[in-house]
Write a protein that binds this ligand. Structure first.
Ligand code: AMP
Length: 620
């Protein structure tokens, strides 16, 4: 008898068949693709043997699109149609970029929702640009590996919010890639170092690239990675070291203003000098400027270190903050992983080693380590290593919650919660007969919705009309392993339900997150006072409308004096809602309650009488 194997199309692998899967480090400046070949992860080169692909895309005269080195070369001559740094724009809106956009040479357009760039091939979004880079890497991988890819793991910064993650996934889909998972960059680096096989403990990933610093605290427990906290500085990186050296070179040579061509020349020379000082103890910059001026300046490693030591010291601040956020001390850290080209600088390595009191892990290529880790995870997710199981946990960078009556933000998932996560909370209606409820999903640490970021809004309809406070609406927040949020609301008695997958209207960068956290700390006492006042106001408004509804029905139970007393108490409360503080409003609520005690008792008597009218004692 023959056994039939039944499987979903495309889901079954023949025995020993190796599914082609890659890891992609989609970087701001450079991108890489890697794959596990013969058991070890390697970065895949282009036909010229280069593993990095500059993250630059050019929309040419004809319908041709260039990406990588060709596009980078053309950037100077065709800046409007050559897009770089799409990662800084993806999942964000023009209003997010207000201060930044004038540094970028593009023609921005489009709605408030999404950034659009006008090119000679029409409007392009950062998603289109990223998709071009991904498409190029996909083609490179398929040529290298000799077949179609099953899927890819794409890395994103740990601080990327839902919009930025969703936009990255959209770009991959446009490029024809099946996204096995988005993976946080620091987690990928930890995997590349095989830390998942290490004994349990806390690890720090220190990632200093060309333009940014990202610090992450990872906790490894029973083979599970958890990102405990992230911090960084989006405007601190190798470029700043180049800039210091450049300024000093101008000063030493008595130069003040340079034309564009000379500046570019010197910038590239100082960068090369900086890089050579990691292996040499001194180096000489030689150049002839366009006006014939010659430069011949020797720089020692020591002088370079002295010059840039303040920058190195500045990188330690976010490290301290991340440790503080994670609630651990530096002595708890079991290992430190160095990522990013700038961690090759010896004084950077020294400073990190001194701070932690241990030598950081730096034996893998710091430019490739993220792509290598992503490839190792892709290999497992594609089913090539089914007996192993890795679960990778990340955290929410900011709290997620919703708006409650009075414009207050109620946190449902606190910041730094481990992903994936789900939490449910019950809410109720505020008005009698209310049949719909708008769920406004917000992100941030502040008490008032106005100070948080609005992510999405949807309405739950079909709530059966009931008295205020009687309906029970269960709102569930779920954040998946990729950091994408879905929110559902369900009325418990009827089961009516509505939900939304949040593709938030705009994104956040690490600086904004840091600023939002700082704001929440510096405004904590004002925020608490504002919350207390709003809560008192909501209670007061509820009471006033209940008393007014009762007066409309049973005013005849009161004599003129009693009616006046109640109306005066209502007016006092209404005035305090405008001008009073939380305590004054609460006191006036209590006063109005007392003034209406007799009225409430009389109404109860009347209602009982009404109910009993026409009934016999034995019926009751
Ligand atoms: P990444 O963004 O990770 O590719 O890092 C790019 C940065 O690393 C640039 O500022 C480079 O100048 C810097 N970098 C690369 N190699 C070296 C090196 N040997 N020494 C110092 N900085 C380096």
């Amino acid at each position: 008898m023959a056994l039939l194997q039944i499987a979903e199309p495309g889901m079954s692998a023949a025995p020993h068949q190796h599914r082609l899967a890659v890891g992609i480090d989609l970087g701001t400046t450079n991108s890489l693709v890697a794959s596990v070949k013969s058991g070890s992860a390697v970065c895949l080169p282009d036909e010229q043997g280069r593993v990095t692909l500059p993250s630059v895309v050019r929309y040419c005269e004809n319908t041709r699109i260039e990406s990588g080195y060709d596009a980078l070369k053309a950037q100077k001559i065709d800046p409007l149609n050559t897009i770089s740094s799409a990662k800084r724009l993806i999942g964000r809106t023009l209003s997010d970029l207000k201060q930044d956009s004038h540094y970028l040479p593009y023609r921005f357009g489009g709605s408030e929702k999404i950034i659009e760039l006008q090119t000679r091939q029409g409007i392009k979004t950062p998603i289109d640009v990223s998709a071009e880079i991904l498409r190029t890497l996909k083609e490179r991988a398929e040529e290298n590996l000799g077949g179609e890819l099953t899927g890819a793991v794409i890395t994103v910064p740990a601080y990327f919010d839902d919009a930025q993650r969703q936009a990255t996934k959209d770009a991959a889909r446009l490029a024809g890639l099946n996204v096995l998972r988005l993976l946080n960059e620091p987690t990928a680096a930890a995997i590349a170092y095989g830390l998942d096989n290490a004994s349990e403990g806390t690890f720090v990933v220190y990632d200093l690239g060309g333009g940014t610093l990202d610090v992450s605290v990872l906790q490894l427990t029973k083979g599970l990675f958890e990102v405990k906290a992230t911090n960084g500085n989006s405007a601190l990186g190798g470029d700043d070291f180049d800039h210091r050296l450049f300024c000093q070179l101008l000063e030493q040579n008595g130069l003040s203003q340079l034309n564009e061509q000379d500046s570019q020349l010197l910038i590239s020379l100082v960068r090369a000098a900086k890089e050579s000082l990691t292996t040499e103890t001194s180096t000489t910059i030689r150049a002839t400027l366009s006006d014939g001026h010659t430069i011949n300046t020797t720089i020692t490693r020591q002088a370079f270190h002295n010059l840039t030591q303040p920058l190195v010291a500045k990188t330690i601040e976010p490290v301290k903050q991340a440790l503080k956020d994670a609630g651990i001390s530096k002595t708890d850290v079991k290992g430190v992983i160095m990522v990013g080209g700038s961690t090759r600088m010896l004084h950077v390595q020294q400073a990190v080693a001194t701070f932690f009191g241990q030598t950081p892990l730096n034996n893998l290529n710091p430019d490739q380590v993220v792509a290598l880790g992503a490839a190792m995870q892709a290999n497992i997710l594609a089913g090539n290593k089914s007996d192993e199981e890795w679960l990778l946990l990340d955290v929410t960078p900011l709290s997620l919650g919703l708006e409650t009556y009075g414009g207050l933000a109620e946190k449902v998932i606190p910041r730094n919660s481990t992903l994936p996560t789900a939490r449910a909370q019950e809410f109720t209606t505020f008005k009698d007969g209310q049949t719909a409820m708008t769920i406004h999903v917000v992100q941030g640490e502040r008490e008032l919705v106005a100070d948080c970021r609005s992510l999405a809004k949807f309405t739950l309809r079909g709530i059966p009309p009931m008295a205020a406070g009687a309906a029970r609406i269960l709102v569930t927040f779920q954040v998946d392993a990729d950091g994408l949020l879905s929110v559902s609301a369900r009325e418990q008695s009827t089961g009516v339900q509505a939900q939304i997958e949040v593709k938030p209207s705009y994104g956040l960068d690490d600086e904004t997150i840091t600023q939002m956290l700082k704001d929440s700390m510096s405004n904590a006492s004002e925020d608490m006072a504002a919350r207390a006042r709003t809560e008192a106001t909501v209670e007061a408004e509820g009471l006033i409308s209940a008393v007014q509804a009762a007066l409309a029905l049973d005013r005849d139970l009161l004599n003129e004096d009693e009616l006046n007393t109640i109306q005066t108490a209502i007016t006092t409360l209404e005035n305090l809602i405008q001008t009073g503080n939380a305590d004054e409003i609460r006191q006036a609520v209590t006063d109005l309650g007392h003034t209406t005690d007799d009225f409430a008792a009389k109404r109860m008597d009347r209602n009982i009488k009404r109910a009993l009218t026409g009934q016999k004692v034995e019926d009751i």
